[in-house]
Design a protein around this ligand. Structure first.
Ligand code: RTP
Length: 155
């Protein structure tokens, strides 16, 4: 049976302040939900500069770092944990390429964004960064619940 818990992954997804301001929260959650992924954590919060710098620590040497931090703290974000088989890579596929100019139509960025510095959403780029980001944003851990449609989504 491939429904075993150990094949499940979790990823960290964040709707950035522009996604919230533009009223895309429902649309974005809808895409992950309809795909069959399970929502395991959700919070609507505004983070401060030191928190944003921690989240983007790997990019601290980049020339766009200060602008990126300013953007992320400019308003509330929707922070989420999504769970499912291959959700880290598939989540990135649903989101689309970092630069919306290159993101395919049908992806979130391809459909809703134009500028790289206003690209609506973040998703973890590996299982390891997902683990770190979930620990940072959800120190209390995910919500523990089972989806009753599981056998209809997984064989
Ligand atoms: P994210 O972390 O937000 O999912 O994006 P990503 O992995 O696809 O891209 P990454 O290279 O980690 O960059 C993080 C965010 O920084 C902004 N950025 N701006 N001005 C620029 O050249 C530039 N490059 C990246 C984007 O908002 C990107 O999502």
């Amino acid at each position: 049976h491939s429904t075993k818990k150990e094949k499940m992954e979790q990823t960290f997804i964040m709707i950035k302040p522009d996604g919230v301001q533009r009223g895309l929260v429902g649309e974005i959650i809808c895409r992950f939900e309809k795909k069959g992924f399970y929502l395991k954590g959700l919070k609507f919060i505004t983070v401060d500069q030191s928190f944003a710098e921690k989240h983007y620590a790997d990019l601290s040497a980049k020339p766009f770092f200060a602008g990126l931090v300013e953007y992320i703290i400019s308003g509330p974000v929707v922070a989420m944990i999504w769970e499912g088989k291959g959700v880290v890579a598939t989540g990135r596929t649903i989101i689309g390429a970092t630069n919306p100019a290159a993101s395919a139509p049908g992806t979130i960025r391809g459909d809703f964004a134009i500028d790289i510095g206003r690209n609506v959403i973040h998703g973890s780029d590996s299982v390891e960064s997902a683990r770190k980001e979930i620990a940072l944003w959800f120190p209390e851990g995910p919500v523990n619940w089972q989806n009753s449609l599981h056998p209809w989504i997984y064989e």
